[in-house]
Design a protein around this ligand. Structure first.
Ligand SMILES: Cc1ncc(COP(=O)(O)O)c(C=O)c1O
Length: 482
């Protein structure tokens, strides 16, 4: 690759390296607060612009800067507080317990749960609780968990860390968990079954009643990953949309994760993990009476935690209220329905995957007469060029639009459909050419490809933890010093 090409890649990855100073050491003298704020504000404004315009799938759930400012005020009051010290900060117990109670009420739970830092922590913690339960109650030492292919990958991550075997069940033709296939994977070492409501890739709700009945019949628990849909589906159901039962009303569902930092419209860094019973929850607790540092008791992974997140999550729920959540859900569903119908009825080159609610995944349709389907990643190239940021999927190649509040602005759905038509025409015109987005298309499926891909992916993670390389010949001047 030419030096220019490499410099361009670096600029893409570290866009601020030419306009801000990269700090490799703590500055000798304090930098003026106003200058620091100005520098951050510039980055934040630039980075928010696309999300606020409504052209981004998922990622930003609220989009209301007055709401963020209010949450910022609340955060400010407790940002410095370490809620581990409950004698100093008993308010944390009130906030946390009430977040759990409100979420549990929505999902028809028993009021038992914990607050975690996000969806991944909730899923991994649930997995841990089931592993410990199976070890304590049944002596399971080589645990496995059975989940559909679409279950969130954080479960694979947690299982990898905790030495739990993951048994992936295939999907039905309708892209839902195949319950018979799940049953075939269960053995005496299975610690739990998992289903999603809704899953990340296609926004579909697995047949939770069937999976839960299967789990109950085998004497094991069932976790429902409601990280994405948990704080939206109850409102969608109340609005009269068709939502199959998936929460604690289903016997056999023993735990649910629901992310307050997604459709709860809280700041990033919070999720709720609910259990049907205290007995299951206690398996995630850690107590250690023999430490010189004192009697140690901890509910989950975190040690010190900022009170700001807990207080602002509580405040987000109160300040949104039932009517706020219902209005948001109504606007989100109207937008999603317009997009879903627009693709189904107006863009024959594409097909909507399954029968989704708020998240619409779409792939290339199989054309009649055996012709090659479109390359969906070429469609994404054009959408990107037109300013839209979709989520790219694989297995099968597809894109999804997870509708959130910023997308409910007037005209966004219609503009998206128009952009999608243009993108499909672009993909038709460029058939056979390699797509820029999803460039790994067809590469990840071979064992050798996956090994290479894993090496490249680790390299990207390395790069994400490195200070931007200097620009040649001189690094950028430090605006904070000018
Ligand atoms: C269904 C589902 N589960 C879990 C997660 C993980 O959540 P987090 O990114 O908060 O760790 C996500 C994230 O999008 C999700 O969609």
């Amino acid at each position: 690759m030419s030096d220019d090409g490499f410099e361009q890649i670096l600029d893409g990855f570290y866009p601020y390296r030419r306009t801000t100073r990269s700090h490799r050491v703590v500055p000798a003298e304090p930098i003026d607060r106003a200058a620091i704020l100005a520098e951050i504000a510039g980055m934040s404004r630039a980075e928010d612009a696309q999300g606020d315009s409504g052209t981004v799938s998922g990622s930003l759930y609220c989009g209301d800067h007055d709401h963020y400012a209010f949450l910022g005020q609340v955060f400010d009051l407790y940002s410095h507080a370490n809620v581990l010290q409950r004698d100093m900060y008993p308010s944390a117990t009130k906030f946390e317990a009430e977040i759990i109670a409100m979420t549990s009420d929505l999902l028809h739970g028993t009021g038992v749960g914990v607050v975690t830092s996000g969806g991944s922590e909730s899923l991994i913690t649930a997995l841990y609780a089931y592993r410990e339960q199976a070890r304590a109650d049944r002596g399971v030492t080589a645990p496995n968990v059975v989940l559909p292919r679409t279950a969130h990958v954080a479960l694979d991550k947690g299982a990898h860390w905790m030495n739990i075997e993951v048994r992936h069940a295939p999907l039905t033709d309708g892209y839902l968990a195949d319950v018979a296939a799940m049953e075939a994977l269960i053995d005496e070492n299975t610690i739990a079954l998992v289903g999603s409501a809704a899953n990340y890739a296609h926004g579909l709700i697995d047949p939770i009643e069937e999976i839960a009945a299967l789990a109950a019949s085998r004497g094991i628990g069932m976790h429902v990953d409601g990280c994405l849909g948990g704080l939206l589906l109850p409102w969608i159901e109340r609005l009269g949309y068709d939502v199959p039962l998936w929460d604690f009303r289903v016997p056999g569902v023993t735990s649910i994760s629901a992310d307050t930092h997604k459709y709860g419209y809280a700041l990033k860094g919070s999720s709720v993990l609910l259990y049907r019973s205290k007995d299951l929850r206690k398996h995630q607790y850690f107590t250690y009476p023999d430490w010189p540092g004192g009697l140690y008791l901890s509910p989950g992974l975190a040690g010190s935690r900022s009170g700001g997140i807990i207080a602002s999550t509580w405040a987000a729920m109160l300040a949104t209220g039932e009517s706020g959540y219902l209005d948001a859900a109504d606007a989100i569903m109207r937008t999603a329905v317009t997009i879903r119908a627009g693709i189904r009825e107006g863009i024959p080159a594409l097909r909507v995957i399954g029968d989704p609610t708020f998240l619409v995944a779409f792939a290339a349709a199989e054309p009649a007469g055996g012709a090659e389907p479109l390359d969906i990643y070429l469609v994404n190239d054009s959408l990107k060029a037109q300013g839209w940021r979709m989520n790219s999927l694989q297995l099968p190649p597809a894109l999804h639009f997870c509708v959130t509040r910023p997308n409910t602005q007037d005209g966004v759905a219609e503009r998206f459909l128009e952009a999608l038509r243009i993108a499909v025409a672009y993909a038709e015109e460029h058939r056979g050419e390699p797509a820029e987005s999803g460039a790994m298309y067809g590469f990840g499926g071979t064992p050798q490809g996956n090994a290479t891909l894993a090496a490249v992916m680790s390299g990207v993670l390395d790069a994400m933890h490195e200070v931007a390389p200097d620009t040649a010949p001189d690094p950028a001047p430090d605006p904070a010093h000018t």
